[in-house]
Design a protein around this ligand. Structure first.
Ligand SMILES: [Zn+2]
Length: 259
């Protein structure tokens, strides 16, 4: 990518006004290079998905990770993966024990685990997609500190999959999970499916998806607590927003345009 730095070093032509029919050859080349730049810029290595519960950020994170062979890091998945892992480190053993006691795992332990995973992917030449990993500004700062230490701060992009809290509530309260394969399906009130389209298993409502629990989740992880995190990334100049009320495919298209 050495040639890219040459493009950046290119100084703009002194003449700043464009006169129709009198664009110099030098200026044309300059314009062409800058019009092409977005297409030859390498993809960011750290993609952070933000959004309220039910916004589909997890689905989008998964799509991007699979398409570009990036690591998909969701804190919950990481902690769950520990349960089947052998040869745990001291930090991992503590995290697992806390989790089994039903306690929230301390932030420091999570950083330890996630940072190690990020290191592993970056060393391997891959990028990472962070999904639901950052829940408050303190955590966002801690991650940013880590990225700066690793000289990865210019690789960060935060994508908000925007969704109003009311829509977030509706989506979570109206989804069912297959008791056989775990597939999560939104319920269409006009034509409610009773069996799983994937395996014909029976649908159940997850304990997490009953209205009282959903309401609590939206309050704790919805747009109000999200705002200061968004402000943090906006200030860094790396926040992008996609409309999460669209279909999964359309949101994906919008995301692809940004990365
Ligand atoms: Zn199923």
């Amino acid at each position: 990518m050495a040639y890219l730095s040459h493009f950046f070093a290119f100084s703009p032509p002194p003449e700043r006004t464009v006169r129709y029919g009198r664009v110099s050859a030098g200026r044309l080349i300059y314009l062409r290079i800058f019009a092409t730049l977005p297409f030859i810029m390498p993809m960011k290595k750290i993609i952070i998905f933000l959004g309220p519960p039910g916004s589909g950020k997890g689905t989008q994170a998964k799509i991007i990770a699979e398409k570009y062979n990036y690591g998909h890091l969701s804190t919950g998945d990481l902690l769950r993966a520990l349960q089947t892992k052998k040869n745990l480190t001291a930090e991992e053993t503590t995290a697992l024990a806390e989790m089994k006691r039903g306690r929230l795992v301390a932030d420091e332990l999570i950083y330890e685990l996630v940072f190690k995973e990020i290191d592993r992917y970056i060393a391997n030449g891959q990028g990472v997609v962070l999904d639901g990993a950052i829940r408050n500004v303190a955590q966002a700062k801690e991650y940013q500190k880590f990225f700066e230490q690793k000289k990865l701060d210019s690789e960060v992009i935060a994508i908000e999959v925007a969704l109003p809290d009311a829509e977030s509530f509706n989506r979570l309260a109206n989804r069912r999970v297959c008791s056989a394969c775990g597939e999560i399906v939104p319920i269409d009130p006009a034509a409610p499916a009773t069996t799983c389209p994937k395996c014909s298993g029976e649908f159940v409502t997850r304990a997490d998806d009953v209205p009282a629990v959903v309401e609590k989740r939206v309050r704790e992880q919805g747009n109000v607590p999200l705002q200061p995190i968004k402000d943090f990334y906006k200030k860094l100049g790396v926040l992008k927003v996609v409309d999460g009320t669209q279909t999964i495919q359309k949101v994906d298209q919008d995301v692809q345009k940004l990365i």
